[in-house]
Design a binder for this molecule. Structure first.
Ligand SMILES: *[C@@H]1O[C@H](CO)[C@@H](O)[C@H](O)[C@H]1NC(C)=O
Ligand SMILES: *[C@@H]1O[C@H](CO)[C@@H](O)[C@H](O)[C@H]1NC(C)=O
Ligand SMILES: *[C@@H]1O[C@H](CO)[C@@H](O)[C@H](O)[C@H]1NC(C)=O
Ligand SMILES: *[C@@H]1O[C@H](CO)[C@@H](O)[C@H](O)[C@H]1NC(C)=O
Ligand SMILES: [Zn+2]
Ligand SMILES: [Zn+2]
Length: 442
């Protein structure tokens, strides 16, 4: 072997050593995301994340009941040597990696499933009848554990503390609100959250600055009349007809009262009452959801929903009571991305995936309880693609045919780890840490 060859192999070995041990000082700041992605794509790392995701998928748990999922998260954190607080917000787990000192940056995953029956036939299908991970929260939990492992392996290089938030009850339960109320995110400079999407290819991401997802609320109304024989309507007060008119009138709120350029939705998704072909029932229960992008439109909708239901019911001599279910289903504020954090996200995801794989989104009427974090600290929410060319189109979230392309797990894990690492590097350098990340005025 010539001297030259020896020198080259020495450099190669040195390079490999640096690749595994040191992220920042070897090739610099912009290489951090790609290095994390390479690490997360290693066979053993990938298989480990897939194993976690499948285990969670087989045993879906609803909001605030994530007992086994939470235990699995803690077991994995224990194995990594990551310290955590538990229980936070009933079943939530909050982990810590880094110096233990400020600045603090938080990464969030949700753990809950939906009450629906999985219709996909595969080896790791849900083993719990009537419950299913149909929104990808099993993948989100695996991705954040992946991110945690990457960060823990490079803990010495972190310029601050990463707080890992494994929250319960995103699907309507407002687990994020309870996490914020628990006070564990005090002093956090920024929080980042991801959601898988079937709208983008593998290795693609999307988001936008400002309003991204709508604020949402739920309502339920009982419309009471007087039951009787279906052939003798004159002796009854028909709540089915009253409820039908209520539903039609509710549809006029968005079409006739809202600014056409200010997107809003009212959907009645529940209609229960009666049961026989020849009996007018005593009462009918209807329920649904309403969405808007500003607090003003949201409040106005809420007020009018109540008025329309009670007054329209009384047109038909029925009585109605309206319940906005805030105890169990708190109103979600709109998800609004911080301007500075959005530029930061584009920078980091650009270095990870190439700027051509970032896609600007239109706002969606869907909602996320991530917005509760954004009410009390600057936050950024984005989507990570998982389309599979060979298997498309993929079912949308909340479909019983929903599937996750597990190839997306390394992208989520490395995005988490890079966002946190880079944020701490920037934040620890500025004298006034989060000056540039002040929450946008809506
Ligand atoms: C936030 O910072 C204040 C002041 O330094 C400190 O008293 C408080 O304990 C911190 N909260 C958390 C959750 O770390
Ligand atoms: C509606 O409420 C009023 C006042 O409580 C009551 O007198 C009336 O019987 C109720 N009507 C129906 C259809 O329940
Ligand atoms: C994004 O990258 C540009 C170009 O490197 C840099 O000037 C800017 O400060 C970065 N912004 C954030 C928020 O990271
Ligand atoms: C950083 O941001 C948090 C949350 O917005 C805030 O409470 C804190 O005062 C900020 N710190 C500085 C030094 O600006
Ligand atoms: Zn969902
Ligand atoms: Zn979701």
């Amino acid at each position: 072997m010539s001297f030259f060859c020896k020198w080259v192999s020495f450099l190669l070995i040195l390079h490999l050593l640096l690749l595994n041990s040191c992220l920042i000082s070897s090739d610099g700041f912009s290489q951090i995301p790609k290095k994390f992605l390479d690490l997360a794509k290693r066979d053993d790392f990938f298989d480990w994340m897939v194993g976690i995701r499948r285990k969670i998928h087989e045993k879906p748990e609803l909001g605030y009941e994530e007992v086994e999922t939470s235990k699995l998260v803690r077991t994995e954190l224990d194995k990594m040597g990551v310290s955590y607080k538990y229980p936070i917000a009933v079943t939530g787990v909050v982990g810590y990696i880094g110096t233990g000192q400020s600045p603090f940056v938080a990464l969030r995953a949700d753990m809950d499933a939906l009450s629906m029956q999985e219709m996909v036939e595969w080896e790791h299908k849900s083993k719990i009848p009537g419950k299913m991970h149909a929104c990808g929260h099993d993948a989100h939990t695996a991705m954040l554990l992946g991110g945690a492992k990457l960060l823990k392996e490079h803990e010495e290089e972190l310029q601050g503390t990463v707080i890992l938030v494994f929250q319960p009850a995103e699907e309507g339960g407002g687990g994020a609100k309870k996490i914020v109320e628990a006070g564990v995110l005090e002093n956090v400079s920024a929080i980042f959250g991801l959601h898988v999407t079937n709208q983008l290819g593998l290795g693609q991401v999307s988001s936008r600055e400002g309003p991204l997802l709508a604020g949402s609320g739920f309502f339920e109304a009982k419309i009471s009349g007087k039951g009787g024989h279906a052939a003798l309507p004159q002796h009854a007060i028909d709540p089915i007809l009253a409820a039908s008119n209520v539903i039609v009138s509710l549809q006029h709120l968005v079409s006739r009262e809202a600014d056409p350029l200010d997107s809003q939705v009212i959907t009645v998704a529940k209609f229960e009452g009666g049961g026989a072909f020849n009996v007018i029932p005593d009462s009918v229960t209807i329920g649904g959801t309403f969405r808007a992008f500003s607090a003003k439109s949201f409040t106005q909708l809420k007020k009018r929903i109540e008025q329309v239901i009670t007054r329209q019911a009384s047109v038909h001599m029925c009585n109605a009571t309206v319940d906005f279910l805030e105890e169990n289903k708190p109103f979600f504020p709109p998800t609004v991305n911080d301007k500075g954090l959005h530029q930061f996200f584009k920078n980091v995801s650009g270095d990870l995936l190439g700027t051509e794989n970032y896609f600007e989104m239109q706002p969606l009427m869907g909602s996320e309880d991530f917005s509760f974090y954004q009410e009390s600290m600057p936050g950024h929410f984005s989507f990570v693609g998982m389309q599979n060319e060979a298997h498309s189109p993929m079912a949308s979230p909340h479909s019983p045919y929903f599937e996750v392309n597990e190839e997306t797990l390394p992208y989520g894990a490395s995005l988490h780890a890079s966002m946190a690492t880079r944020f701490l590097l920037l934040d620890s350098k500025t004298s006034s840490p989060n000056q540039s990340y002040k929450k946008d005025e809506l």
